[in-house]
Structures are given as structure tokens and as C-alpha cells.
Design a protein around this ligand. Structure first.
Ligand code: ARG
Length: 607
């Protein structure tokens, strides 16, 4: 039950009959949009200007009138009006909205229909470099990726989540070097996770520059020693491989509690090491198929344009090629990612592969996507779902490896303390207003604090247009007004409180919904907002933008607050009106809970 889709089907025959160029009908249908100003109706249809342009001698307002006259009889719309240069203003009939509300009340998916053509997606998310403590910089890929997994699954797509762990790079050289030279054996025996974390930090601190991601030549003897350990590992050196195998479980154990706390489950974790045995074959195959070429002793793939610029001058004008086998025979991040594409394509046969990775890797993905298509994966939709950086409150970039990055665990603890503070404030505030607020058990209070804290962190991340940088500021993230999880979670808890106080049988309310009255403008506006949930979910998938769901949640919480200020629920004038309003309240709660769940954010019944 998508209102926009319904409107478009209503218009389609009229537009097809009137358009001089039938091929343009989909564009014209795309010009039906929600009104930006409620005074102009609920939706606007703005195709008359474009249609008049194509048919010489016609005036847009006349075209608009002709479209209105050609609309089939329906019980959806009030009589449309023409405004300005030819806008058609559309207002839905309140009876239509009221019936639609009754229908979504009985629908567990709240009006969201499964995708007409379900697809298979592989989503590459999280991808931390294991072997070092997790930092806040790894959060974005995990949170955005998890939201996309949930949203696409909700729409009925098959989604495979894959965590491309960095489990084969220099960070293991650092650990191996640290273990061989500085390990406290007793500490390692007692708690390998902690000892490895200590070793990593100790060695890393002694590097001349903070660049553990960088694999290139170095004049830092310590870093060089670590690079040599990495090279020995890659070459199959027995001692280093054995150490790697000993370290891996401890490294994964560092991640586990964080994923649990974030409630993120990723189907697979095929890290870089998994692809290592395949790399020589990948390079040979790409050479044989003339996708890759020898260049100055190395093997490279061309840039996305298909060129291999040689001279500096040429390279100044376009992207460089990417190395897949270095002169010394070593393979690269690019080689591994090409092996990954082949493996994913053969294993899951996906229609699309989405990579939720920071913006700095844009060139890498542009190049490998273009060459993977030439290599035979041309029917796959490849998408780099980029995101900007997280900034600290001084607006400095929080790096994934730098000293200014607080460890994720500490940060989540801090978020939960903010949550606890908000809860106590809310209790005091409600008591101050004369409400009776029960004292909850300590365990429930800490669950509420955790839900507010973790929810705030996720929501703040998702509510940005994902390509912009954003400031990590827990005070703002847990603000009780504005576009925050806390505000939306409050709205949910308030709906739960009203339903509790009403004593209504919620199951019954949903299975046989009462007649809905939308006589008050605040009731009508709330109903319309609830019916637009499917639109929000679809918009969020069209451009893989979860912030369209947070924007929807904020609007819904605001519409609920306006409604609740103006319309008595428990003290409504008649029992029928009370039931009608309780149904709206219950739907607000259900829609908020479902939409937050699509973002991996939980709710609590009291806060
Ligand atoms: N481990 C990588 C990093 O931290 C991210 C992995 C992204 N996924 C991929 N298939 N390259 O930069």
C-alpha cells in the first residue's frame, strides 16, 4: 500500500493518452511527488509544464486541466486543483486515508510490500583490520552496512553479509614482531587478547609515523622489521604462519563483544587471508584474458577508462593503473579484492555487490569494478556505498589507527552513561509533572541506558547524508529534542505508556480495527504520515540512503507529538473516538519500532 505508487497508477492511463511522446510517461509519473508545503495538498503532480513544452501551442494550465479531466473515477482523491504555472495539487480523501489506516493495522509489515523483483545482494560491511583494538573509525561501515542488510531483507531481497576482515596485512607483522621480541609469556598464557592488544599498541607507538595501513617502502627500521615479518608470513614461513594461526582466535575474540553489543550479526567473515591461495591464479587468468598487463616488471590492471598511463604527464591527466602483482612478486589489496569478486559471484550469484567502505577508497573501487566487468562480471551491479569521516568535537578527523580514536568499547560505555543520565532526567521531569513513575529494577534501568546510548550512536551515524563528515558528540546525540534516537525512542515509549494506561486489548485492536475518524487536522496529518512508511523504505533503498528512514522517523515522532498535544486520547469525547485514536497511537508505536529495527536500533517500553 504505497500511496505514491497508487497515485501513479491512477495517472498512468491519463498521461499515456495525452502525452505526445509516450516514452516520456515514466518521467511524467516521476513528477508526482509529496507536496513540500501541506497548504498545497498532500501530493503535487508537476508534469504539465514538461508536457506542454513538447506539444507546440499548448499552455501548461490547459494541459493540467486536460490531465485532471482524463483521470479515471476514483475514491482516492478530492477534486484536484491547478495552481501557478500548471501545478496539479492533490488532496487525498479522508475516508480513503481512514480505510487505509484500518488496512495497515492488520498488516504485520505495516503496508510495506515485498519487492516486485527480489534480488540477491552481497553486502561488504565492517571489514576491520583485526589484530588491533577496534576504534570508532570502524563504526560507520558496520552501522550503515547492517542497516542496509536489514532494510533490503525487509523488502524481501536475499542478502548475504560478508565481513572482509583485514586479517593478513602489516598489523600481523607488527604482532609477530612484537611477540618474538617483547612478549610477556605469562601474560599471553593468561589472557592472549589483552597481551596482543598491548603488543600492538607498544610496537605501534614506536613507529616514526602513524601509518600502519601503508605498505610502501619506509626508512623506519622498526616498521621495516615488521614488514619483513609480514612478507615471511605471506611467503608461507612455517613459524610465522603458526603464529598467525595462534593469534587469529584471539583477534576475533576482540571483535565479538563489540558486535554483540551493537547487535550486528554478519553471515560470513571471509577475510583477506581466505583469498591468499587464489591470488597467483587470479593474476595468471587476468593476464591470459588480457585484462591485466605487464608494466615495468609489475602486473597492472588499467584504470576505469581502460588506459595505463605511463609517463608522469599522462598520469597527471587521468587515474593511475592498479598493481596486482608487484615487481617482487607480492600481491596487493587490489588482487585480493578481485579474487573476492570472483568468489562471491561464483558462490552466491548475486545481482548486486555493495561495498560499504569509506570515501578514501573510491578510486580503488572505481578501478576494480570497471575491470571486473571486462573480466566477465558485467551483469553485476557494483556499488561503492561511500561515507564521510567521523570528526571529534574539535572537528578533527578521528582516524581508525590514530591516537585520537577512543576505543569503541569505552565509547559505548560512555554512550550508555549518557543514556542513564537521560533516563534519570526523564524520571525527575515526569515526577515533577505529578506523574507516578515506578522505581525499576537496576537491570532494567541499565538496559534502558544501553538502549538509549547505543541507539543514539547508531542513529547519529545513520541520520547524516552518508557522504558528509559528522561530529561525534554524545551530548547532542542523546538530546531529547531534534532528530535523535532519544527523541524517537521517547515517542515510542509514550505510545506504550498510553496503551498500558488505556487497558485496551492490543491484539484485538489490531485484528479488528475500529472505525477511524480523521476529523481533526492533526489526526489526518498523523494518518497520512503513517501511510507514508512504505515510501520512506523504498526511497532509502533506491539510493542506499538510510538517512531517509531517520528523516521519516523524526517527522513521524513530530506528527505524533502535535497530535498528542491537540487530541485527547484517553479522555476523548466518545468511546468510538477513543478507540480510533488508540489505533493511531498503536500504529505510531508499531511504525517507529519497525523503522528503528530496520536501522538496528532497539526500543524500550518505558524511559
Ligand atoms: N579492511 C579494509 C580497510 O580497513 C576495508 C575492507 C573493505 N572491503 C573490501 N572488500 N575491500 O581499509
Amino acid at each position: 500500500m504505497n500511496l505514491l505508487t497508487q497515485l501513479r497508477s491512477l495517472f498512468e492511463p491519463a498521461l499515456t493518452a495525452l502525452a505526445s511522446d509516450k516514452a516520456k510517461v515514466p518521467d511524467y509519473l516521476g513528477a508526482i511527488k509529496p507536496s513540500s508545503n501541506a497548504d498545497h495538498g498532500d501530493y503535487q503532480a508537476n508534469m504539465a509544464m514538461a508536457m506542454a513544452n513538447r506539444a507546440a501551442g499548448q499552455k501548461p494550465p490547459d494541459v493540467a486541466k486536460a490531465i485532471i479531466a482524463a483521470l479515471p473515477a476514483n475514491d482516492m482523491l478530492e477534486a484536484p486543483t491547478v495552481a501557478g504555472p500548471g501545478f496539479i495539487n492533490l488532496r487525498l480523501k479522508s475516508e480513503f486515508l481512514a480505510k487505509a489506516i484500518q488496512r495497515i493495522a492488520t498488516d504485520p509489515k505495516l503496508g510495506v510490500e515485498p519487492a516486485a523483483k527480489p534480488k540477491t545482494f552481497v553486502i561488504d560491511l565492517s571489514g576491520p583490520n583485526v589484530a588491533k583494538p577496534l576504534h570508532v573509525g570502524h563504526l560507520r561501515s558496520t552501522i550503515i552496512g547492517d542497516a542496509l542488510v536489514r532494510i533490503l531483507r525487509f523488502l524481501g531481497h536475499t542478502v548475504v553479509g560478508d565481513n572482509h576482515l583485514g586479517d593478513w596485512g602489516l598489523q600481523f607483522g607488527i604482532l609477530i614482531y612484537g611477540y618474538k621480541n617483547h612478549c610477556d609469556a605469562a601474560a599471553f598464557a593468561a589472557d592472549p587478547v589483552r597481551e596482543l592488544a598491548r603488543l600492538y599498541v607498544t610496537i605501534k607507538k614506536q613507529f616514526k609515523k602513524d601509518d600502519d595501513e601503508e605498505e610502501g617502502p619506509t626508512d623506519d627500521p622498526l616498521k621495516k622489521a615488521c614488514q619483513e615479518e609480514t612478507a615471511k608470513l605471506h611467503a608461507g614461513d612455517a613459524e610465522n604462519v603458526a603464529l598467525w594461526k595462534t593469534f587469529m582466535p584471539a583477534c576475533l575474540e576482540m571483535l565479538r563483544p563489540i558486535y554483540e553489543r551493537l547487535d550486528v550479526k554478519i553471515d560470513h567473515a571471509l577475510g583477506e587471508s581466505f583469498y591468499n591461495p587464489m591470488l597467483p591464479g587470479i593474476v595468471e587468468d587476468m593476464l591470459a584474458n588480457k585484462i591485466a598487463f605487464e608494466s615495468k616488471g609489475a602486473v597492472v590492471i588499467p584504470n576505469a577508462k581502460g588506459n595505463i598511463p605511463q609517463t608522469e604527464e599522462e598520469q597527471g591527466k587521468e587515474d593511475p593503473p592498479a598493481i596486482i602483482r608487484k615487481r617482487d612478486g607480492a600481491f596487493t589489496y587490489t588482487t585480493t579484492d578481485l579474487a573476492t569478486i570472483k568468489h562471491r559471484a561464483e558462490t552466491w550469484k548475486p545481482d548486486a555487490m555493495l561495498y560499504v567502505v569509506g570515501a578514501p577508497q573510491a578510486l580503488h573501487f572505481k578501478t576494480i569494478f570497471a575491470q571486473a566487468k571486462r573480466w566477465g562480471y558485467d551483469s553485476v551491479e557494483f556499488q561503492h556505498i561511500q561515507f564521510g569521516s567521523m570528526l571529534n568535537t574539535e572537528r578533527k578527523k578521528i582516524s581508525t589507527s590514530g591516537d585520537n580514536a577512543p576505543e569503541l568499547e569505552l565509547l559505548l560505555n560512555d554512550a550508555a552513561s549518557h543514556g542513564l543520565k537521560r533516563y534519570h532526567e526523564s524520571v525527575a521531569d515526569r515526577r515533577g509533572h505529578g506523574h507516578e513513575v515506578p522505581d525499576l529494577e537496576a537491570a532494567e534501568v541499565s538496559r534502558i541506558a544501553e538502549t538509549i546510548g547505543v541507539g543514539a550512536v547508531k542513529y547519529a551515524d545513520l541520520s547524516q547524508n552518508r557522504t558528509t563528515d559528522y561530529v561525534f558528540d554524545l551530548d547532542k546525540m542523546t538530546a531529547t529534542t531534534g532528530n535523535t534516537a532519544t527523541y524517537v525512542q521517547y515517542a515510542y515509549a509514550r505510545t506504550a505508556g498510553i496503551l498500558r494506561d488505556s487497558g485496551v486489548d492490543v491484539a484485538e485492536l489490531r485484528s479488528s480495527p475500529p472505525v477511524v475518524s480523521l476529523a481533526e487536522p492533526q489526526e489526518r496529518a498523523l494518518a497520512l504520515q503513517l501511510l507514508r512508511f512504505p515510501e520512506a523504505v523504498e526511497a532509502a533503498t533506491a539510493d542506499y540512503s538510510p538517512h531517509l528512514i531517520t528523516a521519516y522517523l523524526w517527522d513521524t515522532a513530530k506528527a505524533f507529538s502535535v497530535f498528542y498535544d491537540k487530541c485527547h486520547v484517553l479522555k476523548a469525547a466518545t468511546p468510538e473516538l477513543k478507540d480510533s485514536r488508540l489505533l493511531l497511537v498503536d500504529l505510531v508505536g508499531r511504525v517507529i519500532k519497525q523503522a528503528l529495527d530496520l536501522l538496528g536500533i532497539e526500543t524500550v517500553e518505558r524511559m
